[in-house]
Design a protein around this ligand. Structure first.
Ligand code: FES
Ligand SMILES: [Fe+2]
Length: 390
């Protein structure tokens, strides 16, 4: 792991000043007041292909996006591929343990270099087509029958590197290799919060990808509204949840949220995350495409990747705080994964797809936003800000 990760381990487990501010503002459950809001968002934001194309440029190529959690590449000399908004991305962790990102495109004839869905462990990558071979720093280190390419400038034919930054347990990537990105938006306060929650030291239990027939922002919205939790999830999560007066603030375009669990009492508030996880829920939107929700025994990370205006994929990662050492702990993670698969795939992502189907009919000009959905407005405004900055 790199230096950033090691340094932050020293503050593990204690709330950050930003988290403490939200905790201090949390009322007793009996004193919750839900904000009164009358707001609406144009339905076309979700269905207009022209807006989608503009978002690809302004958001997906405009700012760093989350590619994967660090825990997907826990060891040096490993790599993983993922396609984000049409860009095939190769994530590597080189022999020094540094995470890097490249276009997953062979410099010979453009073949997708790595096609595996798994994290591979090897010091080099061999193109399946004609076996051009690269190291994990992207350098072209060999090709068969090289004499048939006289004068080939090998040193100039390394993989195209994408700007990237590993911080707070997430690997962020800039999808335009020509552009310079401001990574200070992802490796400052947000990374400190996520490290305090242990994300930088998390162990990946399992992950799965879910195709969703919905605009990518509808999936983000489904994670942003606290209104649905006890309703849509009445047969799953509702047993652990209550309507909460969420405490919300922004870290730039990212959103930080503190919600009550049903057993919350102010006198139980401490400064330690291992205790707080049992009485309240910290969650984050890592703008534009990450959803992080803290549970007592694990943290859920959803990474959204758009495919088209009406389709996206969500990568769901179940991140344990530690590798389980007992069968009981392992079994608990297995059951958690089953529960979260139900909650996210069969409930949240399903609702996003059903909303898309409704909105695509053109029946509504706008969708209504109430006081328990104000984060949706914050998120949509952050998207619009990107479009207006273009
Ligand atoms: S396309 Fe990769 S070696 Fe030919
Ligand atoms: Fe939900």
């Amino acid at each position: 792991m790199d230096q950033i990760v090691d340094d932050r381990a020293s503050v593990a487990g204690e709330v950050t000043p930003g988290q403490a501010r939200l905790l201090d503002a949390m009322p007793e459950l009996a004193d919750c007041h839900y904000p009164e809001v009358r707001d609406a968002i144009p339905a076309s934001n979700y269905t207009d292909p022209t807006r989608y194309e503009a978002e690809l440029k302004a958001v997906w190529k405009g700012v760093p996006v989350i590619a994967a959690p660090s825990a997907l590449l826990p060891e040096a000399k490993s790599y993983h591929q993922v396609t984000i908004a049409g860009m095939p991305v190769l994530l590597t962790r080189n022999k020094a343990g540094v995470a890097k990102a490249f276009a997953n495109v062979c410099r010979h004839r453009g073949m997708k270099l790595c096609t595996s869905d798994k994290t591979e462990k090897a010091p080099r990558i061999v193109c399946p087509y004609h076996a051009w071979t690269y190291d994990l720093d992207g350098k072209l280190i060999g090709l068969p029958r090289s004499e048939t390419f006289p004068g080939l400038p090998k040193s100039e034919l390394g993989l195209l590197e994408l700007p990237s930054r590993e911080a707070g347990g997430l690997i962020w990537v800039g999808l335009d290799p020509e552009k310079s990105y401001d990574f200070s938006t992802v490796d400052g306060e947000l990374a400190e919060d996520l490290s305090a929650l242990g994300l930088d030291r998390a162990w990946l239990y399992d992950h799965a990808s879910f195709p969703v027939k919905a605009n990518w922002k509808l999936v983000m919205d489904s994670m942003l509204d606290s209104y649905h939790v006890t309703r849509l999830h009445k047969d799953s999560l509702a047993q652990f949840s209550v309507d909460s007066e969420n405490q919300i603030d922004r870290i730039g375009s990212h959103i930080r949220n503190a919600a009550h669990r049903a057993n919350f009492e102010r006198k139980l508030i401490t400064r330690r995350h291992d205790e707080l996880r049992w009485i309240m829920v910290f969650s984050y939107i890592g703008f534009p495409n990450g959803i992080i929700v803290v549970s007592p025994h694990y943290t859920s990370l959803g990474v959204v990747r758009p495919i088209s205006v009406d389709e996206c994929v969500v990568d769901y990662y179940l991140l344990a705080h530690d590798k389980p050492t007992t069968e009981r702990a392992e079994d608990r993670l297995k059951r958690s994964l089953e529960l979260m698969t139900q909650v996210f795939a069969e409930e949240d992502y399903w609702a996003a797809a059903m909303c898309h189907a409704g909105l695509a009919s053109g029946t509504l000009k706008e969708v209504q936003i109430g006081g328990m959905e104000v984060q949706i407005r914050m998120f949509q405004d952050a998207v619009t800000d990107c479009l207006e900055r273009q």
